[in-house]
Write a protein that binds this ligand. Sequence first.
Ligand code: G6P
Length: 437
Amino acid sequence: MSLKIVIIGGGSSYTPEILEGLIQRQSTFPVTEIVLVDVEAGKEKVDTICQLGKRMVEEAKVNITLTWTLDRRSALQGADFVSTQIRVGGLTARAHDERIPLKHGLIGQETNGAGGIMKAFRTIPVLMEVAKEMNELCPNAWMINFTNPAGMVTEALLNHSDHKKIIGVCNIPFNMRHSTAELLQVPPEEVLIQFIGLNHFVFGDKIFVGGEDRTEEVFQKLLQKEFDYSPANIMPLEWSETFMKSTKLLPNPYHQYYFQSETVLKKDLKAYEENGTRAEVVQELEESLFELYKQESLRNKPKELEQRGGAFYSQVACSLMDSIYNNKEDIQTVNTWNHGTIPDLPYDAVIEANCVITKNGPKPISIGGIPAPMRGMIQNMKAMEELVIKASISGDYQDAYNAFLVNPLIQDEKKAKKVLDELLEAHKAYLPQFMRV
Ligand code: G6P
C-alpha cells in the first residue's frame, strides 16, 4: 500500500514537524508521496522546506518522494489525506487582526474576538474552494484542517461544501493532556480528559488516569504550584481557587481572554509596546527559522520550532491519519459534527470532543449536557460562530456586524462598527465577498 499526502500551505515554518511525524510513522502509515502546495508569494519558502524535507527523508532512509508545486489541482489528484494549514494574507494580515482591535481597547488575537472573526472571513472562502476541488479530484481523501479558526472553518466546510470527509484539529487538547500528565507524573497515554466545548473554548470536565478520577488532585496541584500549560503564544496567567472550585472545570489557556479580560488586555498592551504584536514576533522567529532551514547541515526538525504556539500539532495530525488508515478505534480529541453528542448545541454544529477514530472518521463520545456554569457561554459562542460562518459566505455587512456585536470580546455596538470598518478596509484585498457592489 502506498499513500499520498498533500500539504496545502506547505511553505509554513511548521511543516518540518508534520514531515517528521510522517517519516517516523512510515512502518504503520506507509506514505510514499508528499506534495507541498503553496501560493506564488510562498514559493521561496516552500522550496526551502522541500529541500530540508528531502534531507530529512534521506537521513531517515525512508522511501518517500517529496515535491512542491503551486498547482493545487494537480497535487490533489489521487491524494489520500490533505492537510490544510494556510494563512490567507500571511503574517501581515495577522498583525492587522491583532493591532486594530487593540488600538480600540479590545483584545487583539488571531483566533478570538474581532481578529478571529476576520481570519474566518479571509479563510473560509479559500478553503471552500479546496473542499470543492477535493470533492472533484480526490473524493475519498480526508481533509485534516489546522487552519484557524479551526472549529469555525471545519463547521463551514462540513455544512456548506459537498466534501464531507473533513476533520478539524488543534494542539490545545493535546497540550492539556500532556501538561496534566507532567503535573501528575504519569505517561500521557494514561491520561483521559473528558473535553466539552468548542475549539479554543473547550473545557476539561473530568480527568481520569488509568480509569481513576483524579480531577480534584489536578485542580489542587494547579492551584498549588506555578504550572504553565500555555502554548508559546499565550501569556501564562494563573486561575483563582474560586474559579476552579466553583466551575469545577479545567479551562484552556484561551479562556483567559474571556474570564481575565482586563488583565490580559493590560499585559497584551504592554507586550505590544515592547515587542509589537505576536505576528511581528512570529515574523522574526520565522526569519531565523528559515535561515536555519536553509543550512545544508540541518537534516532533522530543529528544536527551535518549539517556540511556536502550535508546536506538536503534527503529532495530532499524524496520529489522526494513522488511526483512520488503520481503523485503530482509539480516542482522540478533534473537531467534528455534534450530531446530538452535546444536547445543548445544534445538531449540525461542530464541537471539539473526544472521539473514537475509525476508518469512517471520528465518532464523538457523549458525556451529556454542558455543565451549568458554562452552558450559556458555550451556546453564545456557538451562536456567534454561526453568524461568523454566515457572514464569511454571504459577504453581507450586516451579517458581519451581527457577528461582531455578539462576540463577548467586542460587545460595544459603536466600537463593533468602528473596528469592523477598519478591519474590512485593512483586509480588502483578501475579502472579495465583501467588496462586491
Ligand atoms: C496555539 C493554537 C494554534 C495557533 C498557535 C499560534 O497553539 O492552538 O491554533 O495557531 O498557537 O502560535 P504562533 O506561534 O503562531 O503565535
